[in-house]
Design a protein. Structure first.
Length: 147
C-alpha cells in the first residue's frame, strides 16, 4: 500500500504524483488534502499518513509540502516512521538503500514534477541494503524512540 498526502504547498505536485503512480500500477490511498486550502496545516496530513504507515510494515508514504522539511519533521514524531526529505536521484536512492525510509517527503515549491516522479520511482525500486552499519544506525534510532 502506498499512501500520499499534502498540504497547500504540495497539493499540485501531490495530484500529479498520484496520477503518475496509479498509471504505474501502484495502489495509492490519498489522505488529503482533497482541495487547495491555503489555511491547512502540514502536521495534520503528516500525522495522518505516518499513523497509517506505522501500522503496516509493507506500506510506504509520500508527503508533499512546500519544501518537504515540515512534513518530514512532523512524520518523524510518529514511532516507527523513518521519513527522509528527497530532492534528487541520490537522496531518493539513499533514502531507501541506507535509511530504509518508509516515508519520503518532497517539496512542491522546490521540486519540479519530472524530478519528483523520477525520485519517487527510484525510492520505490531501491531495496534496503541491510548492511550492518545501516542496521546498527537504525537500531539506535529505534532505541531512542522506545525511551
Amino acid at each position: 500500500m502506498l499512501y500520499i498526502a499534502a498540504d497547500h504547498g504540495g497539493y499540485p505536485l501531490k495530484e500529479e504524483l498520484k496520477r503518475f503512480l496509479i498509471e504505474e500500477g501502484y495502489e495509492v490511498v490519498d489522505l488529503g488534502a482533497e482541495e487547495l486550502d491555503l489555511a491547512d496545516d502540514y502536521p495534520d496530513f503528516a500525522f495522518k499518513l505516518a499513523e497509517q504507515v506505522s501500522q503496516d510494515e509493507d506500506a510506504g508514504g509520500i508527503l508533499v509540502c512546500g519544501t518537504g522539511q515540515g512534513m518530514c519533521m512532523a512524520a518523524n514524531k510518529v514511532a516507527g516512521i523513518r521519513a527522509a526529505v528527497v530532492y534528487n536521484d541520490f537522496t531518493a536512492k539513499d533514502a531507501a538503500d541506507h535509511l530504509n525510509a518508509n516515508v519520503i517527503c518532497l517539496g512542491g515549491r522546490v521540486t519540479d514534477a519530472e524530478t519528483a516522479k523520477k525520485s519517487v520511482k527510484i525510492w520505490l525500486d531501491t531495496d534496503f541494503s541491510e548492511d550492518e552499519r545501516h542496521v546498527r544506525r537504525l537500531r539506535k534510532i529505534e532505541e531512542a524512540e522506545e525511551e
